[in-house]
Design a protein around this ligand. Structure first.
Ligand SMILES: Nc1ncnc2c1ncn2[C@@H]1O[C@H](COP(=O)(O)OP(=O)(O)OP(=O)(O)O)[C@@H](O)[C@H]1O
Length: 251
């Protein structure tokens, strides 16, 4: 496995309150890493650091190293639009634009200057197929994306992100607003996508982490307690706090 993204000594403060206290974590290409831990432990905060979404929150300070393709994500020369294309994010609530499916999926491509209809059509089909929502949308590409079910909307959002060919996909509890069938469809989609992408998912659902993640990282109070192969962590965690969390003693 190759680490596509390496983070070292990550500290983040919201105003004067430090929420991450020196996290070191590597992420492999072609794999799924789950970030788990009790509410408020810093999972989403850490995830948002990875494509600088925390920059949008006033008075936030981030320090540490974030090496992506040999470059520091926080270098002053980083182009944030480009970064967020390469490291895209899917949120808890599906957030399609109030446009057609076709316009959603081609949005980033058009912003990048692509106008060739044949190329756009091809990318729409590829992205919707990769996101496993082509069969449900292929005859309704002009229909408003918001008129689809929550699970379909989430997969359209994944397709929108895939259209711009990212390297890394960040997902912040992408199934917590969905019913079990839609959640299972997203999990199947993610397992197929990991063949091509590096996937990092925040989840409260330990069964979900054990089903789909190659590696799992357990966080507590802004610290990374341990990260390991999911199979190892769920059977023989190295740390007592991890064991207690996995056994439902707190959370
Ligand atoms: N925008 C913000 N401004 C100030 N403090 C914040 C902000 N976002 C998060 N925090 C604080 O940072 C800490 C970590 O929060 P974060 O949302 O990252 O945790 P989490 O593990 O993702 O929690 P949850 O599982 O409930 O989403 C918490 O103490 C939280 O209150």
């Amino acid at each position: 496995m190759t680490a596509i993204l390496k983070t070292r000594d990550v500290h983040l403060s919201y105003a004067k309150q430090e929420a991450l206290h020196g996290v070191n974590l590597d992420f492999d290409d072609h794999s799924i890493t789950a970030l788990i831990g009790p509410s408020g432990c810093g999972k989403s905060t850490f995830l948002r650091c990875l494509n600088r979404m925390n920059d949008l929150i006033p008075k936030t300070t981030v320090t540490g190293s974030f090496q992506f393709h040999g470059k520091d994500i926080y270098a002053p020369t980083t182009n944030l639009v480009e970064l967020r294309k390469q490291i895209g994010m899917v949120f808890q609530q599906p957030n399609p634009f109030p446009f057609s499916v076709y316009e959603n999926v081609t949005y980033g491509l058009k912003l990048a200057g692509h106008t060739n209809r044949h190329y756009l059509d091809e990318q729409v089909e590829r992205s919707l197929k990769q996101a496993a929502v082509w069969d449900e949308t292929k005859d309704a590409l002009n229909k408003n994306a918001m008129s689809f079910s929550g699970g379909q909307q989430q997969r359209i959002c994944i397709a929108r992100l895939l259209a711009v060919q990212p390297d890394i996909i960040l997902l912040d509890e992408p199934t917590s607003a969905l019913d079990p069938i839609s959640s299972a469809q997203i999990e199947t989609t993610l397992l197929a996508l990991k063949k091509t992408y590096c996937i990092i998912i925040v989840t409260h659902n330990l069964q979900q982490a054990s089903r789909i993640a190659d590696r799992t990282a357990f966080m507590l109070n802004g610290n990374l307690i341990e990260d390991d192969l999911t199979s190892k962590m769920f059977t023989k965690p190295a740390n007592q706090a991890t064991s207690d969390y996995l056994n439902g003693k707190f959370g």
